[in-house]
Design a protein. Structure first.
Length: 214
């Protein structure tokens, strides 16, 4: 009779390759992790940058209509919804990323629409205006000038615009936009502007140094 052979326990299944995660850091979905496909050049805004940004934005979020252009992981638009924004449009041309965004929106039952489209072409076909816009295009494509020009007609009076760029690049925003706050990490510059039309001008005070996030 053959002796019983003890088999080693089965190894746990490996995580699917090519998939990463982003985490919502505040609001009603705080701590929720969302799976996203990995793509060359995809760089979600870090937790520290987002925490700084949303501290700046806190008074502007309740009820805001949000546009996350070049959405990528969608974490900026979803974070805004988690913290009180009313609705969001997430625009991403990569089909795999757009599919992941739809899954995230369904998982959260978020008041958001996902549009798998070229961001600039999508803007040209819209009529509504937005209170808050996240503008973080792929750095290698150099789309800031074209995106900023296309964005202007889609801004509500006094809209807030977040712009992220390489640390040594300062995009040329319209001259009537007021710089509210800016900061830098080793790799990126991030800045929050306000479009004209608000009742009181809000600008960065000369003695208020820019934020630095490591």
């Amino acid at each position: 009779m053959p002796r019983n052979v003890r088999r080693p326990p089965a190894a746990p299944a490996a995580a699917p390759r090519g998939t990463g995660q982003v985490r919502i850091i505040g609001g009603r979905w705080r701590g929720t992790k969302l799976a996203v496909p990995e793509r060359p050049g995809l760089r979600p805004s870090s937790d520290r940058v987002r925490e700084t940004l949303f501290n700046w934005l806190m008074p502007a979020l309740p009820g805001a209509r949000v546009l996350d252009l070049f959405a990528g992981t969608g974490v900026l638009g979803l974070e805004a919804l988690s913290r009180g924004a009313a609705q969001a449009m997430l625009v991403e041309r990569d089909p795999g990323l757009a599919a992941a965004l739809r899954e995230a929106v369904a998982k959260l039952a978020a008041p958001a629409e996902v549009h798998a489209a070229d961001a600039l072409a999508w803007l040209g076909g819209r009529q509504e205006a937005f209170d808050l816009v996240f503008l973080d295009p792929p750095f290698a494509d150099g789309l800031w000038d074209r995106a900023l020009e296309a964005l202007v007609p889609r801004l509500a009076p006094g809209a807030w615009i977040y712009v992220e760029s390489p640390v040594d690049v300062v995009p040329a925003v319209p001259p009537d936009w007021a710089l509210h706050r800016e900061g830098r990490t080793r790799e990126v510059r991030y800045a929050l502007y306000r479009a004209p039309g608000h009742h009181a001008a809000v600008t960065l005070r000369p003695d208020d140094p820019p934020a630095t996030t490591e």
